[in-house]
Design a protein around this ligand. Structure first.
Ligand code: ADP
Length: 164
């Protein structure tokens, strides 16, 4: 039997945006299964949303995609990939500055495990300005970001502003 092609899309997703979602949709056409991974480091606590909240927002956004699931992992993404028989790591590229970071990440991953393949998808041009931090900043200043994020995220942002 042919081996299932499984791709892991790791990130902070703090929170997930329509830019991330576009990468997930496109990856779901390339792979048999895509695992969106909220990768975190429990010793770093500078996140805006908890892992549980981030997973909840992702699960709501991917609920209609039948070959996509979400998980979270505290540790090396490569270890998670191995445990899940995934040979591919998916990342998105927006602007040239992303390239520097992704380059060193890819080199580190190759150092750890040269069998893992990194797959980069270019952001759609209308999504290049969307980042989780940009969304938080705009939303906290009262800008309507409903066209830039999945509906559950928008709900979270609205209640975050109300509770300020
Ligand atoms: P990390 O902290 O690991 O960079 P992010 O959640 O910020 O986590 O991003 C996860 C991945 O998604 C990264 O490869 C990033 O470049 C990509 N990404 C983020 N925003 C977008 C976007 N608007 N369009 C396409 N890819 C994106």
């Amino acid at each position: 039997m042919k081996e299932k092609k499984i791709g892991v899309y790791p990130g902070s997703f703090d929170p997930i945006t329509n830019g991330h979602l576009d990468i997930i949709k496109r990856a779901s056409k390339l792979f048999d299964e895509v695992i969106v991974l909220v990768a975190y480091n429990s010793s770093k606590t500078n996140n805006r949303f908890s892992v549980k909240e981030r997973v909840e927002m992702i699960n709501d956004a991917i609920k209609d995609m039948n070959n996509v699931r979400c998980d979270s992992y505290d540790g090396l993404t490569i270890n998670f990939a191995k445990m899940n028989n995934a040979k591919f790591l998916i990342r998105g590229l927006r602007v040239v500055s992303d390239f520097d970071y992704e380059w060193s990440l890819a080199a580190s991953n190759e150092f750890i495990d040269h069998e893992i393949e990194m797959v980069f998808l270019m952001a759609k041009k209308e999504n290049t300005f969307i980042s989780s931090s940009n969304i938080i900043e705009l939303a906290s200043m009262g800008v309507d970001v409903s066209k830039l994020v999945p509906s559950k995220v928008n709900e979270y942002l609205i209640s975050m502003n109300k509770n300020k």
